[in-house]
Write a protein that binds this ligand. Structure first.
Ligand code: PLP
Length: 403
């Protein structure tokens, strides 16, 4: 078998350096466990960045993908395929009706579709977009223009788009920014890439009413928060607020690439024929995977399970007393460990050394987004090891500072 070191070396030689060279090469996944190229086992507490909803190798997903690949793997959008129709119908049911779906292949593409959709609906006179400081909507040009994090956005500008950024959750700043010149407000319910930062309760309702007052569209990016991650199908259902456009990806495919842009009301039919498209969007294999994900979430009661496991994880994290841990935040199985210093990279490394995959999402923040099928026992194993991981991270940080 090829070793991890060998794979990393070949990665560095053959792939562009935009990701650096990832520290581990993964070769196998079973449930919440993954294995690296050298046979080491890890508890997966990040699930491919909130993607592997059902864990790895779930029989329902494997069966659906294998069956669809053997039946008809691709049609393009020149032809109707039943899986895309079924999945769109399912999503419309889950969001509460009066909606239609466009399928893309990733989160950023779902947001590109949303951008074009709201621009189409707004007409030529509205030009301004409102988005959140520290927000993240993807790496393609339109989604990047709306991405608040300057270090990601600025090197690639200018974008030819007028975007006003407001602090996430700041209703006064939002009220100042949204007016009749606005095409849309783009927001996440909780900012994932910023470190699982929720907006205060009532923020989504404020976005809704400002959009109603000014005629701007409310686009809610649930690419990371959607499909059960918070213990509900969609995070916004906690507040009973309906956006005009909802974007989804990540957990929707359970590991297969798919994105969706859902338009409600007049946004359901805002695209005319020929306005947008994607060769792979709605691909039958990706849609079959997604249907298996939705079916399994239902049949295994994973929304309730996520809520219960999320509470358990939060409770047990709150009980960890360590000088490096300031606290935790988040909802469902989507949590941030807030550190007392900028040592997240060390925590990630020391966790991996002890068999846990976590994500240093920001210098002082660790993100956890495990598969929704995680068990209380698995959570317990991680919590038991956490103080040792934090001790080792602190020691590594001290050593680094001294050298
Ligand atoms: N929107 C949000 C909220 C995300 O978290 C991400 C990815 O992290 C994206 C959009 C972009 O998704 P993708 O990487 O699939 O293009």
């Amino acid at each position: 078998m090829t070793s991890g070191a060998d794979l990393r070396e070949r990665f560095a030689a053959a792939l562009m350096p935009n990701y650096g060279v990832p520290p581990l090469a993964l070769t196998l996944g079973r449930g919440c466990e993954v294995y690296d190229a050298d046979g080491r086992q890890y508890l997966d507490l990040i699930a491919g960045i909130a993607v592997s909803t059902l864990g790895h190798g779930h029989p329902a997903l494997v069966k659906a993908v294998a069956h669809q690949a053997a039946t008809l793997a691709h049609t393009s959008n020149l032809f109707v395929n039943e899986r895309a129709v079924q999945l769109a119908e399912r999503l419309v049911g889950l969001v509460g009706g009066d909606a239609k779906v466009f399928f893309a292949n990733s989160g950023t593409e779902a947001n590109e579709a949303a951008l074009k959709l709201v621009k189409r609906a707004a007409g030529p006179d509205r030009r301004t977009f409102v988005a959140a400081t520290a927000g993240f909507h993807g790496r393609t040009f339109g989604a990047l223009a709306l991405t608040g994090k300057e270090s990601i956005r600025e090197p690639f500008g200018p974008y030819g788009m007028d975007v006003r950024f407001v602090p996430h959750g700041d209703i006064d700043a939002l009220t100042e920014a949204v007016d009749e010149t606005c095409v849309a407000v783009f927001t996440e319910p909780t900012q994932g890439e910023a470190g699982v930062v929720p907006a205060p309760e009532g923020y989504l309702a404020a976005v809704r009413s400002l959009c109603d007052e000014t005629g701007a569209a409310f686009v809610l990016d649930e690419i990371q928060s959607g499909i059960g991650r918070t213990g509900r199908w969609f995070a916004h259902q906690a507040e009973d607020v309906r956006p005009d456009v909802l974007t989804l990806a990540k957990g929707l495919g359970g590991g297969l690439p798919i994105g969706a842009c859902v338009g409600f009301g007049r946004y359901a039919d805002a695209f005319g024929k020929g306005d947008h498209g994607s060769t792979f969007g709605g691909n039958p294999v990706a849609c079959a995977a997604s249907l298996a994900v939705l079916d399994t979430i239902e049949s295994e009661g994973l929304l309730a399970h996520t809520a219960v496991m999320g509470d358990l994880l939060a409770e047990q994290l709150d009980a960890v007393d360590h000088p490096l841990l300031a606290g935790q935040r988040g909802s469902g199985l989507w949590r941030a460990l807030v550190l007392t210093g900028p040592h997240a990279a060390h925590v990630q490394e020391q966790a991996a050394a002890r068999g846990f995959l976590v994500n240093a999402v920001a210098p002082g923040t660790i993100r956890l987004a495990p598969p929704l099928v995680i068990t209380p026992e698995q959570i317990g194993v991680f919590i038991e090891a956490l103080p040792t991981v934090l001790d080792a991270a602190e020691a590594a940080a001290t050593k680094e500072n001294q050298s």
